[in-house]
Design a protein around this ligand. Structure first.
Ligand code: PLP
Length: 365
C-alpha cells in the first residue's frame, strides 16, 4: 500500500479512538490503558507491562522496584540521553560509567568487570539508536556477579537480539513513547516491562501515590505517574502498525547504505549479524567537519540531529562524580563524530536519496 494511504488510515483510526475515549469519559487508567498494557506485553513477549508517564519515570520506578538507593552503585553508559543516569541519581544511588564500544555506541562488555565492586547492584543497559548491546558477553558477566538488569529500550522498541525482543532480557525493560521514538505518542508516555508478578504489583501502586484502589489506603509512598488514557488509545492504534513503521525506517536505512557507501570520511552504522536494528536513528560517524555538515543539512531543511553532542560525564550537573575529560575516550570521540540522519517512517525513498546526495555534494565525493 502506498505510504500516504496507510498514514491516512492510521489517522482515521486514531481520531476514532480519541472520540471513543471522550464518549466513555474514562480519563484516568481503566480500559484503554489496561488493553494497551496487555497488547504491548504480548507484542514484546513479556508477562506484564505497566503504563507510566514517561520513559524517565519508567527508569526511576524500575530502580525503586529493585530496592536500589543510597549506598548502591549502578553501572551504565556515559553516551546516552541524560535520563538513564539521572534516574540512578534520583533514587539516591551512584552512577558508575563504563565506556562504549565504538561500533555499537553501546556499553563495552569487556570494560564492565573492572567497574564492579561490593556496592554494585545493577546495570542499566541502554540500547542506543535501535541497536542492541553486545549481549552475549554482558550476560556472562552479569550472571557471574548476580547483578540486576534494567534495559533502557527507549530508542529500541521492536529491535531484537537473536530473535528475542529487547526489553525482555533483564529484570525490567523501560519504554518511552516520546514523539521521536519508534512507537510515538502525541506527547509523553512510557511503560515498564517485567515478568515478575511482585514487581508488577509494586509498580501499579507506585504510579498512583503508592495507594491501593480503595483510596486513602497507602501501603507505599509513590508518585503520580500514570500513562494518560488518550495516549494509550493512540498508542493502541499505532502499535498495530509498529512493524510497518519499523519496516519503513529500515527502507530509508537501506537507501542511506546504498548511496553513502564507499565515502572515506563516513562510517555507516554497524549491523550485528545476530541482532535486528530498528533504526530509530541512522547514525553515521564523520571524521571531520561534522558540525559543518550538520549546519549545511539544517540549512537545507533536513531534520538531522546530533545525538549526543556531549557525554554525560561532561555535564556540569555530573561534576560531583569526579570524572574527567579523557576518562571515557570512546564516548568522547563518538560525541564529536556522530550525526543522525532522519528515519521517520514518513520520509520517502526519494527524500532519502536526496539527503544522501546532499551529503555527497557537501563532501564533494
Ligand atoms: C527518550 C529516552 C529516555 C527518556 O524518555 P522520556 O519518555 O522522554 O522520559 C531515556 N533513555 C533514552 C536512551 C532515551 O532516548
Amino acid at each position: 500500500m502506498p505510504n500516504n494511504q496507510n498514514f491516512k488510515r492510521i489517522k482515521k483510526e486514531i481520531y476514532f479512538s480519541i472520540d471513543r475515549v471522550i464518549k466513555i469519559r474514562q480519563f484516568i487508567l481503566g480500559r484503554e490503558v489496561e488493553r494497551f498494557e496487555k497488547e504491548i506485553a504480548s507484542y514484546i513477549g513479556s508477562k506484564y507491562a505497566i503504563g507510566v508517564n514517561t520513559g524517565t519515570d519508567a527508569l526511576f520506578y524500575s530502580l525503586k522496584s529493585l530496592n536500589i538507593g543510597p549506598g548502591d552503585e549502578v553501572i551504565t553508559s556515559p553516551f546516552s540521553f541524560s535520563s538513564s543516569a539521572d534516574a540512578i541519581v534520583m533514587v539516591g544511588a551512584k552512577p558508575i560509567f563504563v565506556d562504549i564500544e565504538p561500533r555499537t555506541f553501546n556499553i563495552d562488555p569487556f570494560k564492565i568487570e573492572q567497574a564492579i565492586n561490593k556496592r554494585t547492584k545493577a546495570i542499566i543497559l541502554v540500547h542506543l539508536y535501535g541497536q542492541s548491546v553486545n549481549f552475549n558477553p554482558i550476560l556472562k558477566i552479569i550472571r557471574k556477579y548476580r547483578l540486576r538488569i534494567i534495559e533502557d529500550v527507549a530508542q529500541s522498541l521492536g529491535s531484537r537480539y537473536k530473535n528475542r525482543f529487547l526489553g525482555t532480557f533483564g529484570d525490567l525493560g523501560c519504554l518511552s513513547f516520546y514523539p521521536t521514538k519508534n512507537l510515538a505518542a502525541f506527547g509523553d508516555g512510557g511503560a515498564i516491562l517485567t515478568n515478575s508478578p511482585k514487581i508488577d504489583k509494586y509498580l501499579r501502586l507506585m504510579r498512583i501515590h503508592g495507594a491501593q484502589k480503595i483510596y486513602y489506603n497507602y501501603p507505599l509512598i509513590g508518585g503520580s505517574s500514570r500513562l494518560h488514557v488518550l495516549q494509550a488509545a493512540i498508542l493502541r492504534v499505532k502499535l498495530k502498525y509498529l512493524d510497518w513503521f519499523i519496516g519503513q525506517r529500515r527502507k530509508i536505512a537501506d537507501i542511506y547504505y546504498k548511496y553513502l557507501q564507499g565515502i572515506s570520511l563516513i562510517k555507516l552504522p554497524y549491523q550485528d549479524p545476530v541482532s535486528f536494528h530498528s533504526f530509530n536513528h541512522f547514525t553515521i560517524r564523520i571524521k571531520r567537519k561534522r558540525n559543518e555538515l550538520y549546519k549545511f543539512l539544517e540549512r537545507n531543511n533536513i531534520p538531522v540531529a546530533i545525538i549526543y553532542p556531549k557525554p554525560i560525564h561532561f555535564f556540569k550537573s555530573y561534576n560531583f562524580l569526579g570524572y574527567h575529560r579523557g576518562d571515557f575516550p570512546e564516548a568522547e570521540k563518538a560525541a564529536k563524530e556522530v550525526l543522525s540522519l532522519p528515519t521517520d517512517p514518513k520520509i520517502t525513498e526519494k527524500e532519502g536519496k536526496k539527503i544522501a546526495i546532499l551529503i555527497k555534494t557537501f563532501l564533494k565525493e
